[in-house]
Design a protein around this ligand. Structure first.
Ligand code: ADP
Ligand code: F6P
Length: 333
């Protein structure tokens, strides 16, 4: 459970808008539910903007009531749908978005999304003056300014369940598996699930490892009596096909790896209890922040505390945890 802020109320809002943007993540619905019910509790009207910023530009929105968000806390995905919008990356696009908000009487916007979406929200408020509050939500968990993002815990557990199954057949056939998880520029999913599944190696974009080093580690493990089966968890990285190429290279080094790409199963599924509680706390805190006059911040976590983290700090920064990565190399067999 997170410690909720006791922010003083200094302002009130009649009508707010909520949207989900970018890569979806399990727990988005729990966040929407908490935001709607916390806002209704303050006699606000709530509009659900559909399909992210593209929907905002098209005024694609609907009033949300308490019953609109019944029975969704356990559902993956987002009832508001999500998406990407190149137009919103332009000042003109954001000016159009601000116009739509004002035209519909929406006085503040809550954005649930990853670093890209939250960057967009920052620029929107900087350019229009319309208050915005962000909720960090991405399975990558790479948002600067918060320890935790909605969806990460569920994605890790989804990947872990799959890898434990792969481990069974790897042991039966004494095979090496390269298992690719999501994370283009950050290795948090790979690191966390690699530690949890006892992976023989974890390959992440932050710490590139030479092929020779991988072959040497595998050979050393065999000599030390760890057998020939093994799991190498690979973060997908920014170059498509990375894991397949690695498998080819290892084959040329005398290995016989199998490849398993987990892909988008990590983006779906029923959110874990952790993500449901995290999303609910962030949603309640977001309404509290708004009414305390805060804007251009996201509800970040520092341990069990919630803290207003400036959205502007996200630009040019990505969350980094060197101690976690050191632990990874320590735990390799
Ligand atoms: P995520 O929020 O999961 O990181 P993306 O990076 O794909 O997802 O961003 C989702 C949307 O957020 C983009 O399609 C765009 O509409 C908006 N966005 C992303 N980056 C920016 C930016 N630098 N400036 C303005 N809007 C942005
Ligand atoms: O940002 C979350 C994420 O799932 C990344 O881990 C992944 O690389 C990317 O989104 C996939 O994007 P798309 O939505 O295009 O499938």
């Amino acid at each position: 459970m997170y410690r909720l802020p006791d922010s003083p109320t200094v302002t009130s809002f009649n009508t707010i808008g909520i949207l989900t943007s970018g890569g979806d993540a399990p727990g988005m619905n729990a966040a929407i539910r908490a935001l709607v019910r916390a806002a209704l509790n303050q006699q606000m009207k709530v509009y659900g903007i559909q399909r992210g910023y593209a929907g905002l530009l098209n005024a694609d929105m609907r009033r949300l009531s308490s019953t609109s968000v019944s029975n969704i806390i356990q559902r993956g995905g987002t009832i508001l749908k999500s998406g990407r919008c190149e137009a919103f990356k332009t000042a003109d696009g954001r000016a159009q978005a601000a116009h739509v908000l004002r035209e519909n009487g929406i006085q503040a916007l809550i954005c649930i999304g990853g670093d890209g979406s939250l960057t967009g929200a920052h620029l929107l408020t900087q350019e229009s003056g319309i208050p915005v509050i962000g909720l960090p939500c991405t399975i990558d968990n790479d948002i600067y300014g918060t320890d935790d993002s909605i969806g990460f815990d569920t994605a890790v557990n989804t990947a872990l369940g799959a890898i434990d199954r792969i481990r069974d057949t790897a042991l039966s056939h004494e095979r090496l598996f390269l298992v690719e998880v999501m994370g283009r520029e950050s290795g948090f999913i790979a690191t966390q699930v690699g530690i949890a599944c006892g992976a023989e190696m974890i390959l992440i974009p932050e710490y590139p490892i030479e092929l020779e080093s991988i072959s040497y580690t595998l050979a050393t493990n065999r000599k030390a009596g760890h057998g020939s089966s093994g799991i190498i968890v690979v973060a997908e990285g920014t170059e498509p096909g990375l894991t397949g190429r690695l498998a080819e290279q290892l084959t040329q080094h005398g290995e016989e790896p199998r490849v398993c790409i987990l892909g988008h199963i990590q983006r779906g599924g029923s959110p874990t209890g952790h993500d449901r509680v995290l999303a609910s706390c962030l949603g309640v805190a977001a309404i509290s922040y708004l009414m305390s006059g805060l804007t251009d911040v996201m509800v970040g976590t520092v341990g069990r505390d919630l803290t207003p983290a400036p959205l502007g700090n996200i630009i040019g920064h990505r969350r980094h945890d060197p101690r976690l990565y050191e632990m990874v190399t320590m735990l390799h067999k």
